[in-house]
Design a protein around this ligand. Sequence first.
Ligand code: GDP
Ligand code: MG
Length: 440
Amino acid sequence: MFEGITKSLGEALKKLKGRGRLTAENVKDGLREVRRAFLEADVNFNVASDFIARVEAKSLGQDVLAKVDPSEQIVKNVYEELVALMGPVDHKIPQRSDRPVVLMLCGLQGSGKTTTAAKLALTLKGQNRKPMLAAADLQRPGAVEQLKTLGEQIGVPVYSEATNPVDVCRNAVAQAKRTLCDIVILDTAGRLQIDADLMAELQRIDKLVKPDECYLVVDAMIGQEAANVAKAFNDALELNACILTKLDGDARGGAALSIKGVTGVPIKFVGMGEKVDKLEDFVPERMAGRILGQGDMMGIVEKIASIQQEMSQEELQRQQEAIQKGNFTLDDFRKQFEQIAKMGMKDMISRMPGMSEMIPAGEDPEVALKRVQGMIDSMTKKEKADPDIIDTPRRRRIAKGAGVEPHEVNQFLKQFAQVRVLMKQMASMSLWQRLKMVTG
Ligand code: GDP
Ligand code: MG
């Protein structure tokens, strides 16, 4: 599915290998092929362009580890950006105790809704839950029968009545409650194309039945058009996730790579065949691994990760010294919270000096962290050493590389200036005083 991209990346890597320093020109040159391969794989144009811009900005602003060829560092950057492009994904299905959870599946005709409803029910059964299927497609001849057959096959009750979709869904939930089912999957009707009647019907169900989550089932074979379909459904229904079907076919990968970038909606599961047991979690890391090929390139990613691991101990020591000397740089700042994140101490992040101000109320610290990281990564070495030189054009470039607004870069730099002052003050404190300050 991703052969073209894998091959172009391999070639770009060969071109850049042994060049020593990466320059703006040779990075651009190397990534040009990758961009072309993205477009050939039917990735959305804007998604491909933004992706390349991010890898480019990151690669130029980076201090390359001594033991790593700069071209290899690009592979690692591509990997990380691929993962970020498709993720993060939460595979959990909600639970609640007051009433059955309601999952609504929607999508175009033939995308695989009915099949996926059965697959999901079987998955949930395997998690010791008690699913029920609701036959809310009263349009397609034979749709109710198809769902009933599947239900029988997997041993899951199917609710149906010959009324209207809203009543089917509503009564299915009531029936589920009576029969102690804890989750209802609504198999709704589709159309050949996006159409106003269909959207109105789905919105009616959404409003009156209030599903806990709404998933779009979309066919990978339609390539980047999947992202347009997802956008239309998301505008009407606020999707929680997409389920990408027919990934076992010869789809080119455009759908998998475009959907999240275009809509912000992640792919949660993938359909890998017609049979009811062919539903898998969508794992961005695994997908990115496939794109880089199982061979050489993933080896590079792993190698760099392990060097970074090794270095983190030495790094901690060095940072400690830098703080004591009072010359705490943006790089040190980035490394510091990266390490904290690596140790899985999510709560600590918001308590780090200067970090709490950078996390808007209610935002996940990890998301805020990613944003700050993105901004620092998009700066050149010079800018990191001397943030004062960051003027409007530089600010714009950094914002573009990090996928944020220029004013956010501005705000971050202001906050960092304060962190620096704080760090200087901390340097004169005892270790005990400092610890107390961080842990509150
Ligand atoms: P619906 O109209 O959205 O309900 O779509 P269906 O569930 O009826 O599926 C349409 C066709 O796609 C059927 O022939 C399914 O067997 C097939 N299908 C669904 N999911 C997959 C999948 O993941 N892989 C393959 N190869 N076929 C699938
Ligand atoms: Mg159907």
